[in-house]
Design a protein around this ligand. Structure first.
Ligand code: SF4
Length: 367
């Protein structure tokens, strides 16, 4: 059993659905927020009564948690602290979107115990934000970061998206410059994926999307330009000033345990993976779906190799009581010769070029 866990709360509300998004979220009014808060408080209490482990990270994500307003968010965090044993130095993250972040009292949130803010920006270029059908301006994102900073938040992240229609290497550099000028110490940069069921999926043939080569160029540009600005890659899509890596998300990649609460939230707890369905009623009914046993050799290797620190052979041996198979080591050294991985006698990791084709390589390594 893990001696520490993370807690994730899913807030399934957004002011408006972005064109590319397939997260479980929808519109809600004050009555829906109150009803959901009551259900979440109930589930937090139930889980807290079962979990004796120390909670070292809490993450309130969504959806758009900031639409709930600071009072509800503070009550939710208070409930987590009452129900679970939360470490005094736990990382406590709140996802904020600029348009609803405007109304938040960051001093109140900081006093309640939130100590990390993750702001959804996606792009600092007005035309790119518009095509994504997001509701904010770059200026509003900057003001959100400034207000969080002024309230004492030192650990602030911005999200950028790669592969947006019309995006070029030059416009990407301008978005990165914008983030750097905001003074943030963490950036997430995810490649746009066209998911079935989204408006982008319906429009996909008409969208001026960068092709695979252009996407790869944008990714490699992001990695090198961010490194030049002191934001070091620590995961396939995440960059930070050393010391500001997300502890909660790193837990996922290290096969650490966590309890996710809310519709669509996934958990890995006591060796089992399970999740709440993407359905509010089923969440209210407490329905949980079994997702099998977690943390096996394949999953461990797959997740560890998302990290720049990569797969540490000593950690693997300690966890599984055996050495990494020679077949896997041989494949790793073959990919290292091709410049897609780097390895020595203690660990192996992907290079940025390797990250771009990591799915194919992992499928081969884990064959
Ligand atoms: S704000 Fe985030 S969660 Fe909400 S629709 Fe947009 S991308 Fe999806």
């Amino acid at each position: 059993m893990a001696n520490n866990i993370g807690v994730y709360l899913h807030i399934p509300f957004c002011k408006r659905k972005c064109a590319y998004c397939d997260f479980f979220s929808g519109h809600g009014d004050a009555a829906a927020f109150d009803r959901y808060e009551a259900q979440l408080l109930h589930s937090i209490d139930e889980w807290g009564a079962k979990a004796g482990e120390t909670v070292t990270s809490v993450y309130v994500g969504g959806g758009t948690p900031s639409v709930l307003g600071d009072d509800r968010l503070c009550r939710l965090l208070h409930a987590v602290k009452q129900a679970f044993r939360v470490a005094t130095d736990a990382e406590v993250t709140l996802e904020v979107n600029p348009e609803s972040g405007k109304a938040l009292d960051f001093c109140k949130l900081r006093a309640a115990g939130f100590n990390r803010v993750s702001v959804g920006l996606q792009s600092a270029i007005a035309r790119e934000i518009a095509v994504l059908e997001r509701l904010h301006t770059p200026q509003e994102a900057k003001e959100t970061v400034q207000r969080a900073c002024a309230a004492g938040f030192e650990n602030i992240s911005l999200d950028l998206m790669l592969g947006i229609p019309y995006q070029t290497k030059e416009s990407l550099r301008r978005s990165v410059d914008f983030c750097v000028a905001c003074g943030v110490r963490h950036l997430s940069c995810y490649l746009l994926k066209i998911e079935e069921g989204t408006r982008f999926f319906a429009m996909r043939d008409a969208l001026p999307l960068p092709d695979e080569d252009a996407q790869a160029e944008l990714y490699l540009e992001a990695v090198s330009y961010l490194e030049q600005h002191g934001l070091c890659q620590y995961e396939i899509s995440n960059f930070a000033v050393p010391g500001f890596e997300s502890r909660h998300n790193t837990r996922y990649w290290q096969c650490g345990e966590y309890i996710g609460i809310g519709p669509s939230a996934h958990s890995f707890y006591h060796g089992k993976r399970f999740y709440y369905p993407r359905d509010m009623r089923q969440f209210e009914a407490g329905t949980v779906m079994d997702d099998g046993t977690g943390g096996d050799v394949e999953e461990y290797i797959l997740l560890a190799l998302r990290l720049k620190a990569g797969l540490r052979f000593g950690d693997y041996e300690q966890r599984f009581g055996k050495r990494l198979s020679s077949a896997i080591l041989q494949k790793i050294s073959r990919y290292a010769k091709m410049g897609l991985m780097e390895c020595d006698d203690r660990h192996a990791h992907f290079t940025p070029q390797g990250f771009l084709v990591s799915n194919t390589i992992l499928a081969d390594i884990l064959l």
